[in-house]
Design a protein. Structure first.
Length: 186
DNA sequence: TCACTGATCGTCT
DNA sequence: GACGATCAGTGAG
């Protein structure tokens, strides 16, 4: 697994994310965003705090944070220890445990279950208690095998007020499970 | 399908 | 005290 945030963001496209709870849930990552060490849009930009310390760990740990008071977002830490880089996991292609995801998100269409970082965490029951876990060693949330995507597209990142033109969002071209509008997923 | 808006609260200034 | 790596609902085209 690469540690450079851009290489990691591209590598994670096609990797299977597993969640073991009452039911086994898994999905293939189809969309990511890279957040660099010296990046005005990154939580790590102003240095390490109690919230973002997981971003400064060695690559491969989970950084889970709450946004807009209501949703959780899952990142994979990147870079070397103390660097403060990460990759936001934005969308999955559901593989197994669709029923469990639907129970966690009632009245939601299958296509929208894990299409977006907040929705993804809700469907997989990921919250702040997962912050800092090792995604290569955990038995509750971990990264598994990779099935290489046919084609990887790139676009500007979504939802940012700073550095919003940097092309650091990556996605599997043609996937039906991408977030954002169609224009971004060409 | 796209654009716009309000909700909501932990974190940082 | 302000803001945010989002989402669901609404209305127009």
């Amino acid at each position: 697994m690469p540690s450079d945030p851009i290489e990691l963001a591209r590598f994670l496209i096609g990797v299977t994310l597993h969640r073991a709870g009452a039911t086994m849930i898994s999905g293939r990552i189809v969309e990511t965003e890279a957040y660099l060490a010296d990046d005005p849009a990154s939580h790590s930009y102003r240095g390490m705090t109690a919230r973002n310390r997981s971003m400064f760990a060695r690559a491969g740990l989970a950084y889970v944070y709450r946004i807009y008071g209501a949703y959780w977002c899952l990142n994979v830490s990147a870079g070397g220890e103390g660097e403060g880089a990460g990759v936001l996991v934005r969308a999955l292609e559901p593989l197994t445990g669709v029923d469990a995801m639907a129970r966690a998100r009632p009245n939601v269409k299958e296509r929208d279950l894990v299409r977006g970082p907040g929705r993804l965490c809700a469907a997989l029951c990921i919250d702040g208690s997962f912050d800092g876990i090792d995604l290569c060693a955990s038995r509750t949330l971990w990264l598994g095998a990779r099935r290489a995507p046919a084609d990887i597209g790139a676009s500007a990142r979504i939802g940012l007020s700073k550095a919003s033109t940097e092309v650091l969002r990556y996605y599997e071209r043609g996937s039906a499970f991408l977030s954002g509008t169609a224009r971004l997923n060409v």
